[in-house]
Ligand binder design. Structure first.
Ligand code: BEZ
Length: 256
């Protein structure tokens, strides 16, 4: 899922290297417990794989995503997906629930996003979601920054992702007036598909490597060296790769 990010996504690459993102969204969908007939807003709907499950549950769903190619991919699945920024939601008191999976870490500005979510919801409406929490992909980030520095591309301060602690995100929700049922950090070691760590880096970190100023001819080497650094911590004995994802999962609602 993608939202509010400058990264341009390729739906085919995403489907090949990141199909686990919507597949692992089942627990947060369960937490939402969508009911037929509910009107639901999905922030960062991406290519719509998980959004489709809300539609299949009988909900009337609007998806919003900041990436035009992803919006087109979601629309091709029959979803009412719209190009939009999670920081500038234009809905007013019309949804029973707002849902989000694997998107808010790209967006930042949590108070702005949460104010828009609050405005979009009816009184009593639910806000349920999951995204990257504190120490998310810590080993991957550290290894990549180390390799970039080794090649003369300092990028230590360039990480803009929002990975809050549970306490910090609970405070965001409560500041906006939500009643919080749950807000917790969940370590989720995530097996990667056969494309492995190199595929993950090519899918999710190409923009970061580009922004660090690495010429195209050097990018494959940066990825290969990062993969090599990560072998001891994230490669299983059988050769499979397991990424060090950490989620923050939350459920909250507005007072009636
Ligand atoms: C995440 O879902 O936590 C994530 C995915 C790709 C890059 C960084 C974080």
């Amino acid at each position: 899922m993608t939202s509010g990010t400058a990264t341009a996504w390729d739906p085919a690459l995403y489907a090949a290297n990141a199909a686990f993102v919507p597949a692992l969204g089942a627990p947060v969908l369960d937490l939402l417990a969508p009911r037929a007939g509910e009107r639901v807003l999905d922030i960062g709907c991406g290519d719509g794989v998980l959004t489709r499950k809300l539609v299949d549950a009988g909900c009337s769903v609007v998806g919003v995503d900041a990436d035009a190619a992803m919006v087109a991919a979601a629309q091709a699945k029959g979803i009412d997906a719209r190009l939009g920024d999670a920081r500038a939601l234009e809905f007013a008191h019309e949804f029973d629930a707002v849902f989000t999976n694997a998107a808010l870490h790209w967006v930042g500005q949590p108070d702005v996003v949460t104010a828009g979510v609050k405005r979009a919801l009816k009184p009593g409406g639910r806000y349920v979601g999951e995204f990257g929490g504190h120490a998310n992909i810590a080993a991957i980030r550290t290894a990549l920054i180390a390799v970039l520095a080794r090649h003369g591309f300092p990028a230590a301060g360039a990480e803009t992702s929002y990975y809050p602690t549970a306490e910090a995100f609970r405070a965001v929700l409560e500041r906006a007036g939500f009643v919080v049922e749950t807000c917790q950090i969940i370590p989720r070691p995530t097996p990667l598909p056969a494309t492995g760590m190199a595929g993950w880096l090519a899918t999710f970190r190409a923009g970061f490597i580009d922004a660090a100023g690495v010429p195209a001819a050097l990018q494959d080497q940066i990825i290969a060296e990062t993969v090599a650094l990560l072998v001891p911590s994230l490669q299983a004995a059988n050769g499979d790769w397991i990424a060090d994802y950490v989620r923050i999962r939350f459920s909250a609602h507005l007072p009636e």
